[in-house]
Design a protein around this ligand. Structure first.
Ligand code: NAD
Ligand code: MG
Length: 399
């Protein structure tokens, strides 16, 4: 795990932890604000940041009165100022990617919640790593695209990455106090998404609205579509590879439609430890934000297994859902291939939302992009950004 060993022993903070939320208006950001609202003696908002939703950001600013608020889209700064209009006079309002990077490096916050969606979340995460921050990472695309870079930067830093993704949080929780050498396997559970049992003909006709309706979780549009293609689980496999330093042959996926068992660690003695809860991201968010302090109260409804009744588990049909196989191939190729895998998915999801490609077209586009761009490498952050611009352009031109 990318948490230095001494951190497990760190004594609890006596002060409130100040949280810098990147992506505050999204599904994860809003859940994090609920956790903070319910735990004012442990957590407080230091800063808020969003892409373009000025109305929602202005409401959050007037409730939480942060020191800073950033709107990613610079053309929206004027509107944001008008909407805040004196409701939080001490909040400094900023805009643009540079401001996000500078805010991520600010000395006065305790933990970053990285909840911007997509590769565009990477610069602020890297900025926080350079400043030795604690980072509660929801933005899995960053770690998938830049895993090797992040790992080498962490080696020279006191920064700590704490998983927010529910599967990785589950594993992080069950691995507390265990010896990594006794680990046999990590099993990521997958709900299977809305089309687990759909026929190929039905998949051809899937609309963006259908793909965005997840049976168990309420999430942002991009991750909902990723769950329907199983690309979410594929990204999570790569995420687990980096977070837990775990080879891909020790990472498995198990379909579990009820989304109650959030993942399972298997040890050399045959024991499996799992973490269970209702499907609610406030659980993993609160665990990461307050780690290594105690668990917080008033977070989720307690699970009543007698109401759930049964828990089902199935093997994934890899012929119908090729995403996991492609993730393993991307890891095997190494270099920039996981970044290509991620960016191809981001482009494909956008094209699908615009109804320019079909639902099965998403996986075809990703597979074709991997074939075309499997030999790239990068040495620096800048090289990775320019390579992604180039690959993205090539994919869009061909579709
Ligand atoms: P979302 O679409 O609901 O929210 C995305 C947030 O990012 C919004 O606040 C948006 O304003 C902000 N944003 C977008 N572009 C930006 C930019 N250029 N600059 C600044 N902010 C920008 O997405 P979400 O569902 O909250 O997911 C966020 C991340 O968390 C994703 O990486 C996702 O994979 C991950 N995640 C989400 C869930 C979930 O339950 N929603 C679970 C696990 C992991
Ligand atoms: Mg997840």
């Amino acid at each position: 795990v990318l948490v230095p060993e001494n951190n497990f022993l760190k004594s609890p903070d006596s002060e409130k932890r100040r949280v810098a939320i990147f992506g505050s208006t999204g599904s994860i950001g809003v859940s994090a604000l609920e956790v903070i609202r319910a735990n004012p003696e442990s957590l407080e908002v230091f800063s808020l940041a969003a892409g373009s939703n000025t109305g929602k950001l202005a409401e959050q600013i007037s409730e939480f009165k942060p020191e800073f608020a950033v709107i990613g889209d610079e053309s929206k700064l004027k509107t944001l100022r008008e909407e805040v209009a004196g409701r939080s006079p001490a909040t400094k309002l900023l805009a643009g990617e540079r401001s996000l990077i500078e805010l991520a490096a600010h000395p006065d916050y305790g933990v970053m919640l990285a909840a911007i969606v997509g590769f565009q979340g990477l610069p602020s995460v890297l900025s926080a790593i350079k400043e030795n921050k604690h980072i509660a990472l929801a933005n899995k695309e960053s770690l998938v695209a830049a895993g090797s870079l992040i790992k080498s930067m962490l080696a020279d830093s006191q920064a700590v990455l704490l998983p927010v993704d529910s599967e990785h949080s589950a594993l992080f929780q069950v691995l507390q106090g265990e010896n990594p050498k006794t680990l046999n396997r990590l099993i990521l559970t997958a709900s299977g998404g809305p089309f687990l049992h759909a026929s190929p003909g039905e998949l051809d006709a899937v609309t963006p609205a259908q793909a965005m309706k997840h049976p168990k979780w309420s999430m942002g549009p991009k991750i909902s579509i990723d769950s329907a293609t199983l690309m979410n689980k594929a990204l999570e496999l790569i995420e687990a590879f980096w977070l837990f330093n775990c080879e891909s042959d020790k990472l498995d996926v198990l379909v579990h439609p009820q989304s109650i068992v959030h993942s399972i660690a298997e040890f050399v003695d045959g024991t499996q430890l799992a973490q269970l809860s209702v499907p609610d991201m406030k659980g993993p968010i609160s665990f990461a934000l307050n780690y290594p302090n105690n668990r917080l109260p008033n977070v989720m409804r307690a699970l009543k297994l007698e109401e759930v009744g049964r828990l089902d588990f199935y093997a994934l049909d890899h012929a119908r859902f090729p995403a996991i196989r492609l993730a393993r191939e991307a890891l095997r190729c190494g270099g920039a291939t996981p970044a290509v895998f991620n960016i191809a998915n981001e482009v494909a999801v956008d094209l699908f939302i615009q109804r320019r490609i079909s639902f099965p077209g998403i996986m075809r586009l990703i597979e074709e992009s991997l074939e075309r761009h499997s030999s790239h490498n990068y040495q620096s952050e800048e090289e990775l950004y320019s390579l992604m611009v180039e690959v993205k352009k090539d994919i869009i031109d061909r579709n």
